[in-house]
Write a protein that binds this ligand. Structure first.
Ligand code: EPU
Length: 419
């Protein structure tokens, strides 16, 4: 399994380009199942989860072609197997996103039940309840969700908890349902709005995406379209934190500052100078200055994203002062805490809170990545640690960050992948 070695100490400097958002690309690839016309999806990030999704669609009978500019052409004329097998779902929970589209277009779907994962129990009960409110008959046996419906009908669905992929699954299902669906307490994440935009270009009738109330008027069929995925706000935020921690000065191109207000606010509070100009964000730390500690409290968009919690935990480890990190979305998203302690960080965890007392420097160690954002956090810690850090099990990072070591090298980091 691949490892990364990092020699810490170099301030990041220079310019890189941000990739398309993984969490928009995955639902949009699933949305292609809603039409028998060809779809062209651009700005696809080169990630393991994208390859897994292509494999999942391919084994159902999709024809997929990826060109050298990372534009995928998907043709779902003739699907043979309306089925997401356990061996793919277990490696990528987002596979659950095929459930709504398959059921809505074909009247049936069989999807392996995603189990718990390294960041929490992560049930899908709200996806299933919503689909059954839309008229689906759902049974779960032998670890598989079996869903059937002659044609789904519109429904009023009030989510008892905000769920991103739950909102996406039901929104996709509702596009071809009979009548009008209202999703109340819907997720407002930009990736949900991006999916809605793509679906509307395909001929769907969706209003309110990006707010807490989404209305979908069902249509009889959807068409193909060309759609470019929005920039990855979590990748953007991760590089900004890396630059702030290393006392650097970077420019990120092809991103969207409007998607990162909560993150930019925290970085400014930590002492970073940030300038936004169109699709570019620049960050500059005063030479030799340490970031100031900042409290973090995760919540659904537009609040502070759980997907940036681990990176800010790393920043606080070397910041001046103390901070409290509160994780409100997932019940086990502190896998990085133990590893950061091995590097000399001062962290005390109690339930869903971690108290971080900043130290002057971290020391190098051999550390293990246990989920995607935790791996990013450990790489950031390695960039400021004295000596050489070895990060093991970096396949997690390849699921969320396109060519991370190349981008960091471009910014002057000393980082190398080892087989
Ligand atoms: N939940 C339920 N029942 C459900 C669905 C969710 O109880 O039926 C709970 C979850 O257990 C969790 C909370 O609701 O406590 C929120 O989970 P949500 O459903 O919003 O998460 P998700 O849709 O599975 C997406 C992203 C995650 C991101 C979260 C939160 C994708 C493919 N994944 O997951 O991204 O952390 O929203 O913003 O969009 C990542 O990129 O590293 C990642 C984990």
């Amino acid at each position: 399994m691949d490892k990364l070695t990092i020699r810490g100490g170099a301030p990041l400097r220079g310019e890189i380009s941000i990739s398309g958002a993984k969490n928009a690309a995955l639902p949009i690839l699933a949305a292609t199942l809603l039409t028998d016309k060809p779809m062209l999806i651009g700005n696809i990030p080169h990630l393991h989860d994208i390859t897994t999704t292509m494999e999942l669609l391919g084994q159902m009978g999709s024809e997929l072609m990826l060109d050298e500019r990372m534009v995928i052409e998907v043709n779902n004329r003739d699907l043979g197997r309306l089925y997401a097998p356990h061996d793919l779902v277990k490696t990528m929970r987002a596979s659950i996103l095929v459930l709504g589209p398959l059921l809505s277009r074909y009247g049936q779907a069989h999807v392996s039940l995603p189990g718990g994962c390294s960041i929490g129990s992560r049930p899908v009960d709200l996806h299933l309840k919503g689909l059954s409110d839309m008229g689906a008959e759902i049974t779960v046996n032998d670890g598989y969700i079996h869903a059937r419906a002659r044609r789904l009908h519109g429904a009023y669905i009030n989510f008892e908890q905000v769920t991103v992929t739950g909102t996406e699954n039901l929104m996709m299902a509702a596009t071809l349902a009979d009548g009008r669906t209202v999703l109340e307490n819907a997720a407002r994440e930009p990736e949900v709005a991006d999916l809605a935009e793509c679906l509307n270009r395909m001929g769907a009738d969706i209003t309110g995406a990006g707010t807490g109330r989404i209305e979908i008027e069902g249509v009889d069929q959807l068409n193909g379209t060309r759609y470019d995925i929005l920039p990855d706000r979590i990748e953007t935020g991760t590089y900004l934190v890396a630059a702030a921690m290393t006392g650097g000065s970077i420019r990120l191109k092809n991103t969207n500052p409007a998607l990162l207000e909560a993150v930019i606010e925290k970085l400014s509070e930590a002492g970073a100078g940030i300038a936004c100009n169109g699709a570019t964000i620049s960050l500059e730390m005063e030479h030799g200055s340490r970031p100031r500690a900042v409290d973090i409290d995760t919540s659904p968009f537009p609040g502070f994203p759980t997907d940036m919690q681990a990176q800010f935990t790393a920043l606080n480890c070397i910041a001046e002062g103390r901070a409290v990190i509160t994780e409100n979305i997932f019940n086990n998203r502190f896998m990085h805490v133990m590893e950061l302690r091995k590097m000399g960080a001062d962290l005390a965890q109690s339930g869903n809170r971690v108290m971080v007392s900043g130290v002057d420097t971290l020391s190098s160690s051999t550390i293990t990545a246990r989920d995607r954002r935790a791996s990013a956090c450990l790489i950031l810690a390695g960039l400021v640690a004295r000596g050489q850090t070895l990060v093991e099990q970096v396949y997690h990072i390849d699921r969320g960050y396109e060519t991370i070591e190349e981008k960091l090298m471009q910014l002057g980091a000393s980082i190398k992948r080892l087989p």
